[in-house]
Unconditional design. Structure first.
Ligand SMILES: Nc1nc2c(ncn2[C@@H]2O[C@H](COP(=O)(O)OP(=O)(O)OP(=O)(O)O)[C@@H](O)[C@H]2O)c(=O)[nH]1
Ligand SMILES: [Mg+2]
Length: 240
């Protein structure tokens, strides 16, 4: 029988067929008592089929939500968070599918979430880093973080990192449907909203590996939209 644990790992996916089973296997080998939810946006490459096949050969509870006719990392997170809240998980972790987020860090997240509301895996603090990232990506990410810190007065150093742990109560303090960002800026908006509510947010160092398989989804349009979102949050945050 599959025992229900109170830790959920959410993995948003779009065309990650080559990576998804590898990451799920690594997660299960690192921490045994977790459930996994994949939120897939009807990937044409058959990611969902791969998830279902894998779920049949493991004891770990693996669920998948396939969203049809919608796309977006942010709204995929929201779908996952709502599932996590509905099913009474105490700790909800988000991870990328593309093997950039090393499951070896998971025990560190679980330790830190005991005393914090949100734990962010940070590339930009001591002992954190990026491996195989092209200089353009490093610069872009660094700049985005500086900009977000400056514009929004956020305390973290890696505000766009998607490797995070949330305690259930902190997700209950905000109205997930009001988060308007739907890309990387969703991650910044989440920190902005929770920090305003007085959440205890901490960072732990992670080493981030560049994706080896599958395609990147980041676009120029996404970057400009992200910058615009931060300005909207700064000047129109009374909406929340
Ligand atoms: N459900 C869903 N997941 C997405 C979407 N866009 C990206 N993802 C997933 O979100 C995670 C992060 O996206 P990535 O494409 O790796 O973004 P990135 O790390 O900034 O860029 P690269 O690693 O260079 O590709 C991965 O697991 C993606 O499959 C989307 O529109 N919907
Ligand atoms: Mg990636």
């Amino acid at each position: 029988m599959k025992g229900k644990s109170n830790i959920l790992i959410i993995i948003p996916t779009f065309n990650e067929r080559e990576n998804i089973s590898i990451i799920m296997k690594q997660i299960i080998e690192t921490i045994s008592n977790v459930d996994i939810l994949v939120v897939d946006d009807d990937s044409p490459d058959g990611t969902a089929k791969e998830v279902v096949s894998f779920s049949k050969v493991t004891k770990t509870k693996i669920d998948i939500i396939v969203r049809k006719g919608v796309r977006g990392l942010g709204s995929a997170y929201t779908t996952g968070f709502k599932y996590g809240l509905k099913h009474q998980y105490d700790v909800i972790i988000t991870m990328d599918a593309d093997l950039s987020h090393n499951p070896e860090h998971l025990p560190g997240f679980l330790d830190a979430i005991e005393h914090n509301d949100i734990v962010v895996g940070s590339r930009y603090i001591k002992h954190g880093g990026t491996i195989n990232w092209r200089i353009r990506r490093i610069l872009l990410s660094w700049l985005a973080n500086k900009f977000a810190r400056f514009v929004l007065g956020l305390e973290g150093h890696d505000l766009t990192s998607g490797f995070r742990a949330y305690s259930r109560p902190v997700l209950e303090t905000i109205d997930l449907d009001k988060i308007k960002s739907n890309g990387y800026s969703y991650l910044v908006e989440m920190l902005f909203l929770t920090q305003k509510k007085g959440a205890h947010i901490t960072e732990i160092p992670i080493v981030f590996y560049d994706r080896k398989m599958g395609k990147s989804k980041i676009s120029k349009q996404e970057i400009y939209r992200g910058a615009f979102t931060l300005l909207r949050l700064r000047f129109f945050s009374h909406e929340h």
